[in-house]
Design a protein around this ligand. Sequence first.
Ligand SMILES: [Zn+2]
Length: 416
Amino acid sequence: MAPDHTVSGKFDLLLTGATVLDPSQDLHDLVDVGVAGGRIAAVGHDLQGEARQQIDLSGCLLTPGWIDIHAHVYAGATTWGVSADALCLATGVTTIVDAGSPGWASLPGFVDYIVAPSRTRVLTFVHVSGLGLIYGPIGECEDIRYVDPERTAAAIEQWREVCVGVKVRQGGHQVGDHGIEPLRRAMQAGRYTNTPVMVHIAVGVPLDDVLGEMRAGDIVTHCYQGTGDGIVATDGNVEPAARQARAKGVLFDVGHGGGSFRFDVARAALSHDFVADVISTDIHAHNIDGPVFSLAETASKLLNLGVSLEQVVRQCTTAPAQAIGRPELGTLKVGAVADLAAFHVREGGQFEFRDVAGEVMVGERRIEPHLTVRDGTVYRPRELAAECEEAIARARQMRAFTGRDFATLGWAPPTG
Ligand SMILES: [Zn+2]
């Protein structure tokens, strides 16, 4: 799309002074970025021209808007869901992908009540269980009758602009006695729609069985989980099955979550050069106020574990865009939608980071969100702080409700 030349100037927005890092075009340079008509209009040295709004980002790192491909944002309708819209825009995330909160039966509501009103771009994997992830306490695939590849595929086809693939959780708590049958049905839905399947790995189902079913482009999420049946063997080596899966094109995603990211597992994998393809949060009601907090915080953990800044930015922009089949996102190429993120990368500090096992890691570097541009509109963290606090309060409310032990209240069944 050509830049929109308006009477008031060449650019609607001109961002100057930042170090721009865009892995999609091997760009790492001190350049200006001009935005017009909601699109990237120019990237270059000392861009000249009138700008309706000019922002000096000296000292900042400027990247394509970040893409979080594993989150749970179906707030109010599921036990996990959080209202992440403000948090995304406060932390550099311009596209958030729900990892299977909606199943086919609850997808229309997700489209109307979450996708439509959000300022952040919201996409989703559709859970192969028609229930989706509505009810945390009982596994969504324990009753196999809910697992329906035809209806899942039909829903993806009908809401193609919102749906990026199929989700299945393959831990013992989610599938009960059904082994990899839910995964087989998810793969069927993925083949019908030619979309990737995101597979949650966890203890209870052998990793070899799970990875054996997966195709190039399918995504393992929770790659640094330590519950069991993970990618790092008890001797600290990476499982051969994980290497074979990677060789055939299966992607590996961090999916931090409330129980699925351990520093010791990540360290072991990284020491054998097994770097995740994508970083994501798996943010939900049980981790939004720690230990996940945000994608920038999750990325900072990997940065302090030894992954380079360039690689971390790739894992949060270009790589997730490709993983969800949206290569037009996660880039600052001229003509792309104007989704950008500016950060301060703090150096030489004593920052504390926590994993799901409670290990505290002190790191010297931290990626701190400064400003987000979504579809040409500028958002600053402080303007969104009240909304973020409200989302956290709502998450705590749901958490208390989900975890409450009503048996202690002494209510008796009605008589008479
Ligand atoms: Zn999840």
